[in-house]
Design a protein around this ligand. Sequence first.
Ligand SMILES: Cc1ncc(COP(=O)(O)O)c(C=O)c1O
Length: 397
Amino acid sequence: MFETFAAAPPDAILGLTEAFKKDPNPQKVNLGVGIYKDAQGKTPILQSVKRAEERILATETTKNYWPIDGTPEYAAAVQALLFGADHEIISSGRGVTVQAPGGTGALRVAADFIAKLMPGKTVWLSDPTWPNHPSIFRAANLPVAVYPYFDAVNNRVNFSTMLVALQQIPEGDVLLLHACCHNPTGGDLTVAQWRQVSEVVAARKLLPLMDYAYQGFANGLREDSAGLLEICQPGREVLVASSFSKNFGLYNERVGALTLVASSDAAAQVSLSHLKQVIRANFSSPPAHGAAIVTTILNDPELRTLWEGEVTEMRERINNMRHLFVETLNEKGVERDFSFIAQQAGMFSFSGLNPDQVKALRDKHAVYIVGSGRISVAGMTEDNMDYLCRAIADVLK
Ligand SMILES: Cc1ncc(COP(=O)(O)O)c(C=O)c1O
């Protein structure tokens, strides 16, 4: 049977990393995949993580299965980080959190839950969005559709068009929103715009699914929840898929969470029973190590302070690179206006480079960028900036 199968296309972004690894050019630059790199171009283990791991190794006594939904300590720590420890969602008990393998796993659990309990509902994605979004929802047999999000000519969120489109979405459908650091554009909503979206969500009775993969990378751990908190008004139902891949640097540990906010604690418990059934049929129970690290750090004042400092350092480095990139392009005599890149948030920006320019950067200069022109700012360093900007100036000539 296998002889008859045609090959599936390789993952566009991870395939780029493979090609990058094989490139012998010593000056090669990878602005493809969204992985944080430090000033030396490395993705190190955070110190807070190393210290938590030492403690876990010294004290753990069993490798017994974890509960289907993860531990209560993890769930509580996740909710406090998302909403703030004194938020009404926590005191009322109308939020339940299940552990999932990364943000991707959380989105897939959400997708299976929606398919099971809300059949026929469409999931609305921003245009453009993270390429894995449509794949995840389609894999769960959910219909997907898109709403306009970005004005690629003026490099900013096309908010008025977006809002009109949201008002046309059928009642009860699912609206996926990037809580901060929109991937791939880097364009986020202002708090006032979030408020307007929140009003449409209520008026159209939409179910918001917040994809929160970059908490701490835009303006700060607390600040980045501003949009989420606008959506989580009293009585509202919300799903939040969150990830600790980026802000704890725990990419390969696969640690994330799905939080379901219901209008009452009783409804939340009923939904939890379904989430557990979805997980049992999917991966049965979650991996322990990454979640143990996160729980240890968030609950220990000393490790938490260390971690918060490390998140600040990552955020500030990326923001510094955004500014240095714009300055260095100017120095190289590039006339096109790239100043929007310094205003955007998170690891990504749409550079506006076209497919021919992206190809020329790779073939002539060993600079690797996704075909859409999305660049991962986290791949820039003070050392590669001059080479990178000279290469861009060359292909724009
Ligand atoms: C928008 C968005 N959502 C979710 C994820 C999932 O991350 P992970 O599954 O690695 O935790 C990512 C990772 O790149 C992302 O960019």
